[in-house]
Design a protein around this ligand. Structure first.
Ligand code: 8OZ
Length: 368
């Protein structure tokens, strides 16, 4: 094995999380949850097949019934969901892996038909995003103009994330990742295109970052900083996002996260983000891993369309300490071994990414 190849297999301590290698399984929405948004019957097998990852980040998981934006995504707010996730963490641990839960609230990326009592989705400001999602019947629906949260409601949002963090502990996870990316609630507060508030949670950068940082502090209170990660997506276009000054905003966020000594920051490179389709690639964006590196001295996980070669290069030039793969982990459960040994990779089938059963989920084979 060459020195280059073995760099994938170097262990890494991300805070208290001991990664056996530098390859991370990215959080992947698969929309296969059962009634009550409980992880599906096949989820323990699906995740444990991928336990060779240095770290598994679970699919985005709503912290409250109002945090849902798509059909059949899992939650972490009911006892049945906690029990379902406990089967997943048990299977992953038995297979020798590590798994953190991604804590999620979609904010405006939802629709009345998915919300408790048919209420409007909530957001920092009443600004309708372009695009749409799927209703409970899986039929496409356009996003609506959300209801702006009252200032007095914001502690309740932080409390939902805190409860999700607690429930993740009950479910046996190794830690949590706060989903601050891809145009969901925390990102909606961060970026100026979706936040026009005039209270302490809008306006200047410190105000827009306040909800994310309060949420991170709540997660730290449950887990300790060494078991909390944060995912960010500067310059990402998915879910109609934009900000007036991404380097200033995300530089500030990175420096605040650095002070807190969290386990890691997980950053999606916008040049390669294809969540929601290839039209979400921001060809004009700078490399964001390199941008955040200046302010965040801890473990940086890179994500977004990496190949074996670009991952090796990122590890070599230290723009990332580990690299997350999504689509390739779907189709290659033993991705770490395949990358380390430079074996051929199974192609992925996009038509089975969302919804359905075992096909495209638990039926991808291991290398011979
Ligand atoms: C693709 C489809 C639905 C949700 C994200 C949770 O982008 C998602 C997601 C991706 O973070």
């Amino acid at each position: 094995m060459s020195a280059e190849t073995s760099s994938f297999l170097q262990p890494l301590n991300a805070g208290e999380l001991a990664l056996a290698n530098r390859i991370v399984m990215a959080p992947l929405t698969r929309m296969r949850s059962a009634d009550g948004n409980v992880p599906g019957e096949l989820a323990p097998l699906y995740y444990s097949q991928r336990a060779g990852a240095g770290l598994i980040v679970s699919e985005a998981t709503q912290v409250a019934p109002t945090g849902i934006g798509y059909p059949a995504t899992p939650g972490i707010h009911s006892d049945a969901q906690v029990a379902g996730w406990a089967k997943v963490t048990d299977a992953v641990h038995k297979a020798g892996g590590r798994i953190v839960l991604q804590l999620w609230h979609v904010g405006r990326i939802s629709h009345r038909s998915l919300q408790p009592n048919g209420a409007l989705p909530v957001a920092p400001s009443a600004i309708q995003p372009s695009g749409g999602t799927f209703g409970p019947d899986w039929k496409p629906v356009a996003f609506e103009t959300p209801r702006a949260l009252e200032t007095a409601e914001i502690p309740g949002i932080v409390a939902q994330f805190a409860a999700g963090a607690q429930n993740a502990k009950r479910a046996g996870f190794d830690g949590v990742e706060v989903h601050g990316a891809n145009g969901y609630l925390l990102d909606q507060f961060l970026q100026s295109g979706s936040n026009t508030r005039t209270d302490a949670y809008g306006g200047g950068i410190a105000n827009r970052a306040r909800l994310l940082l309060e949420t991170v502090d709540a997660a730290i209170a449950v887990w300790g900083a060494g078991r909390v990660g944060v995912r960010l997506s500067p310059y990402g276009l998915f879910n109609d996002m934009r900000d007036d000054d991404p380097p200033a905003l995300f530089g500030y966020v990175a420096s605040e996260l650095d002070k807190r000594k969290i386990a890691y920051v997980h950053v999606i490179e916008p040049r390669a983000t294809t969540a929601g389709g290839d039209d979400n690639i921001n060809h004009d964006a700078p490399k964001t891993g390199a941008m955040l590196r200046a302010a965040f001295k801890g473990v940086l996980i890179g994500a977004g369309g990496f190949t074996r070669d670009t991952a090796l290069a990122a590890l070599r030039d230290k723009t990332a300490d580990a690299v997350a793969f999504g689509r390739l982990f779907i189709s290659n459960p033993d991705l770490v071994q395949r990358l380390a040994k430079n074996l051929p990779l199974n192609p992925y089938d996009r038509s089975t990414f969302y919804g359905g059963g075992a096909k495209g989920y638990t039926d991808y084979g291991q290398a011979a």
